[in-house]
Design a binder for this molecule. Structure first.
Ligand code: PLP
Length: 392
């Protein structure tokens, strides 16, 4: 009998990928399924970015690069962080990885000891708790709901901190809620963290560019520069430039921590794909103009989806500040259907409406559903009509 590691038995497969696979299975079996589970933009990667990659191939840029990224891409990242965020970094403070997912994984392995606590606000990106568990750490989840727009308060943060707290994770705009923290809210969290100098802060800014709020994007470091030595900024090109398949993410932070994360990466994947690094460099150096039409489309869909979700009996949905997800509360509809478990409710929507959504419990917030609107208006109209019909 095959004995798997204790480590792997403590984690679960990514639930968002599982929903996508389940929808694909039903489709392959001939069922008419609309998948709104996937967390990736539906747009093609912009042409100038693809061209840069084609040139890289033609020029033979197809070999190992430095583990932590090419000098050109690191320079482009440094310039981006300076220009957009007013943050200054040297090359030894930047690590390029195979997607934002690997950036966080490197952080967990390089920084978390068994028993260390990591504060994670819910609803959270599905991978944070499991990656912390792989590293032997203990996720400490702070629950939120619509009353604070799914954002943690300074009081909640203070109450979650113990002598074992090693890391606090912030993600704004959030996957799955789409909400973003304001400068004042971040300052209030920063004030708490300043009292606990042993804690590092990871700010996951993956959705920075998918933004339509009427206030400016900030992260905890841009509003609390005193936290520079204790903050790691995580970002990438996957969501911003519709480059999920290219697998490029990056981390910026204290040189000692980045160096340790690089060591982990040097013994696992080595450098991210050379060709993708050239593409990411072209993306960042090209600025965000090519992103604006995508953001406009996401905003139009967002407005339609939020309005329509609120018309479904037993659903209620707050508007988002960015990203491409709606996160409606469906507890009323679950009650009406006599279902007390959001996984079963997602299954009902899949079988009876033919629409795949991800249950909120996957994000630590049962009673909600995540709907990705990274798909056409027509598809969204069909999907929401089907849900309305199935529940009426
Ligand atoms: N961070 C957040 C909040 C995300 O939603 C994702 C992707 O779903 C990632 C990081 C990782 O992105 P990738 O590994 O595709 O670059």
């Amino acid at each position: 009998d095959l004995q798997l590691s204790d480590r792997v038995q403590q984690i679960k497969p990514s639930p968002t990928l599982a929903v996508t696979n389940r929808a694909a299975e039903l489709k392959a079996a001939g069922k008419d399924i609309i998948g709104l589970g996937a967390g990736e933009p539906d747009f093609d990667t912009p042409e100038h970015i693809k061209q840069a990659a084609v040139e890289a191939i033609n020029n033979g840029f197809t070999k190992y690069t430095a583990v932590d990224g090419t000098p050109g891409l690191k320079k482009a990242i440094i310039n981006k962080l300076q220009k957009d965020n007013g943050l200054s970094y040297e090359a030894n403070q930047i690590l390029v990885s195979c997607g934002g997912k690997q950036s966080f994984f490197n952080l967990a392995l390089a920084y978390i000891n068994p028993g260390d606590e990591v504060v994670i606000p819910a609803p959270y990106w599905v991978s944070y708790p499991d990656m912390v568990v792989i590293a032997g750490g203990v996720p400490v989840v702070i629950e939120t709901d619509e009353s604070t727009r799914f954002k943690i308060t300074a009081e909640q943060l203070e109450a979650s901190i113990t002598a074992n707290t090693k890391l606090v994770v912030l993600n704004s705009p959030s996957n799955p809620s789409g909400v973003a923290y304001t400068a004042d809210e971040l300052k209030a969290l920063g004030a708490v963290l300043k009292k606990h100098p042993q804690i590092m802060i990871a700010t996951d800014d993956m959705y920075e560019y998918i933004w339509w709020a009427d206030f400016a994007f900030e992260n905890i470091l841009t509003v609390c520069p005193e936290l520079y030595d204790r903050t790691i900024v995580l970002n990438g090109v996957s969501k911003a430039y519709s480059m999920t398949g290219w697998r490029i993410g990056y981390a910026a932070g204290p040189a000692k921590l980045i160096g340790a994360m690089k060591k982990v990466q040097s013994q696992s994947t080595s450098n991210p794909t050379s060709i993708s690094q050239v593409a990411a460099e072209a993306a960042l150096n090209g600025g965000r103009d090519c992103v604006l039409p995508m953001v406009e489309a996401f905003k139009e869909r967002h407005d339609y989806v939020v309005k329509t979700l609120n018309e479904i009996p037993g659903f209620s949905c707050i508007p988002a500040d960015g990203a491409f997800y709606a996160f409606p509360n469906v507890k009323g509809a679950m009650d009406k259907a006599g279902i007390d478990n959001d996984v079963d409710f997602a299954e009902k929507l899949l079988l009876e409406a033919g629409v795949a959504l991800v249950p909120g419990s996957a994000f630590g917030s049962p009673g909600y559903m995540r709907l990705s609107f990274a798909t056409s208006m027509k598809t969204l109209e069909d999907a929401l009509n089907r849900i309305k019909k199935a529940l009426s």
